[in-house]
Design a protein around this ligand. Structure first.
Ligand SMILES: *[C@@H]1O[C@H](CO)[C@@H](O)[C@H](O)[C@H]1NC(C)=O
Ligand SMILES: *[C@@H]1O[C@H](CO)[C@@H](O)[C@H](O)[C@H]1NC(C)=O
Ligand SMILES: *[C@@H]1O[C@H](CO)[C@@H](O)[C@H](O)[C@H]1NC(C)=O
Ligand SMILES: *[C@@H]1O[C@H](CO)[C@@H](O)[C@H](O)[C@H]1NC(C)=O
Ligand SMILES: *[C@@H]1O[C@H](CO)[C@@H](O)[C@H](O)[C@H]1NC(C)=O
Ligand SMILES: *[C@@H]1O[C@H](CO)[C@@H](O)[C@H](O)[C@H]1NC(C)=O
Ligand SMILES: *[C@@H]1O[C@H](CO)[C@@H](O)[C@H](O)[C@H]1NC(C)=O
Ligand SMILES: *[C@@H]1O[C@H](CO)[C@@H](O)[C@H](O)[C@H]1NC(C)=O
Ligand SMILES: *[C@@H]1O[C@H](CO)[C@@H](O)[C@H](O)[C@H]1NC(C)=O
Ligand SMILES: *[C@@H]1O[C@H](CO)[C@@H](O)[C@H](O)[C@H]1NC(C)=O
Length: 372
């Protein structure tokens, strides 16, 4: 009897696992190496990656590990208050978004020769990849990027760079910020698409997934984050100014603070004077205005569906920051090409799957009751 019970329990667990897998909920498995497509040869941009450590750490340590030069970049990417202390504690398994520069080459995007890591005695490439950098890369990728002939023969004291996956490609004709998202256990393409306001079809095709069920917990998913519309000129040193929703970014030697807050219908980047001391070689921030009394960020007129704003358009190396009076759309714009076409079909297919598995489960329950 108890033997039979055990058997039935094993069966039920198996059925439950099959059920869970069939609705596209992720379960942990061996992770493939992430390679994000980046077809715009030599393009550079800012990109984002998730990072999570099994040990507790601080924002400062994370900034150091990833070579984030400006602490405000790390705060802005996580929408933390700009006065957050750098000893801010990060708990084990807490996910922090890390900004880094990306470069496309040979149809693949990788971090542009950062982060740099100094090998310490006892390190192995595998431990650097899996432990220090939390599996964001595989040791083979580090080996190739650094042209290390023998992965088992690395030299303590040598400095290597860690090629994080990223991309600068527009998606569906729109500028986005690519975000290497560590797929959380129990999430699905549907939940991730919903969370970041992206179509499921876009996520699937961008990541070469032909089936949402193939998503694995812990894998790195290329999530193209929608960014706010800005008036940035293509010759500005910070072009393309990609600021995703619910983040902020200090630019023009930190003289300008831009934030993207797409709650409601306003999807425009909002920039204003930061009132900080400039970084790098600017001694003082230039005045930030459109005319005598109209300062950067000031609204001069509003309409039912638009408004005139003194907007940021870029900066140059000669301590110039340019502005313009821009007309911004403040009403809902139909998202171009982000219709959920295709998800309807897959959803009904999923329903079929769930029904199937439920029937199987019911059969096993009947068997279970019978055995009792
Ligand atoms: C990309 O950059 C490399 C090195 O700077 C250069 O040799 C190559 O011609 C560039 N390719 C394109 C398409 O611009
Ligand atoms: C951060 O907090 C620590 C202790 O709480 C303090 O000693 C340090 O001065 C603070 N740093 C900054 C930059 O505020
Ligand atoms: C470009 O990538 C292909 C494979 O995708 C590889 O065989 C080739 O060696 C790479 N070329 C360079 C210059 O890295
Ligand atoms: C976490 O702590 C353990 C024990 O101190 C150490 O071996 C391991 O390398 C640490 N992991 C990271 C990511 O720092
Ligand atoms: C390891 O590499 C160094 C050069 O980087 C070389 O001199 C040494 O012989 C190698 N050791 C082994 C065991 O291959
Ligand atoms: C974004 O801004 C540009 C320039 O200000 C404007 O031409 C374009 O129509 C805007 N797009 C949307 C969707 O508001
Ligand atoms: C932008 O982020 C806010 C806060 O997280 C969220 O409420 C809003 O729905 C997001 N908007 C879009 C378009 O994703
Ligand atoms: C200031 O620094 C930038 C790079 O950070 C450089 O391109 C520029 O030439 C410098 N300007 C002066 C006047 O030193
Ligand atoms: C113009 O912008 C400045 C700085 O952002 C702000 O203090 C001021 O209140 C604004 N004025 C108007 C009329 O909106
Ligand atoms: C930069 O500003 C100076 C005056 O401050 C102006 O003479 C110059 O034309 C500006 N340069 C550009 C590229 O806008």
């Amino acid at each position: 009897m108890s033997g039979g019970n055990k058997m039935v329990t094993v069966w039920l667990i198996t059925v439950a696992v099959v059920l869970v897998a069939s609705v596209g909920i992720t379960v942990t498995e061996a992770q493939p190496e992430a390679n994000f497509k980046c077809l715009t040869e030599n393009a550079t941009c800012r990109s984002l990656t998730d990072y999570t450590s099994t040990n507790s750490t601080t924002l400062k340590e994370i900034a150091t590990l990833f070579g984030v030069k400006h602490f405000l970049d790390l705060l802005g990417a996580n929408n933390l208050p700009s006065n957050t202390n750098n000893s801010y504690k990060v708990n084990p398994n807490q996910v922090i978004k890390v900004p880094f520069p990306c470069k496309c080459s040979n149809r693949t995007g990788t971090s542009n020769h950062v982060p740099r890591y100094k090998i310490v005695p006892g390190d192995t490439l595998d431990a650097i990849a899996r432990v220090r950098f939390a599996g964001l890369v595989k040791y083979q990728q580090i080996q190739t990027a650094n042209k290390i002939p023998d992965a088992n023969n690395i030299t303590a004291g040598a400095t290597i760079w860690i090629p994080l996956p990223c991309s600068c490609d527009p998606v569906d004709g729109t500028s986005v910020m690519h975000y290497a998202h560590i797929v959380p256990m129990g999430s699905s393409i549907q939940s991730i698409a919903q969370q970041y306001a992206i179509s499921q079809q876009t996520l699937l095709s961008l990541n070469d997934l032909d089936d949402p069920k193939n998503l694995l917990a812990g894998q790195l998913l290329d999530v193209p984050l929608p960014v706010c519309n800005s008036s940035i000129k293509s010759d500005s040193l910070d072009f393309p100014l990609l600021v995703p929703n619910a983040t902020y970014f200090y630019t023009a030697h930190e003289c300008v603070k831009c934030k993207c807050d797409s709650t409601g219908d306003n999807k425009n980047l909002q920039c204003e004077a930061s009132n900080l001391k400039p970084i790098n070689n600017w001694s003082v921030c230039p005045s930030l205005k459109c005319s005598g009394s109209v300062l950067l960020g000031n609204t001069t007129s509003t309409d039912s569906c638009s408004r005139r704003v003194c907007d940021y358009t870029g900066y140059t190396s000669s301590r110039n920051i340019s502005t313009t009076l821009a007309t911004q759309n403040t009403c809902a714009v139909a998202p171009s090409g982000s219709g959920d076409s295709g998800s309807g079909a897959s959803r009904s297919m999923l329903n079929g799957w769930v029904l199937n598995k439920l029937l199987i489960l019911i059969h096993f329950l009947i068997l279970f009751v019978y055995l009792l």
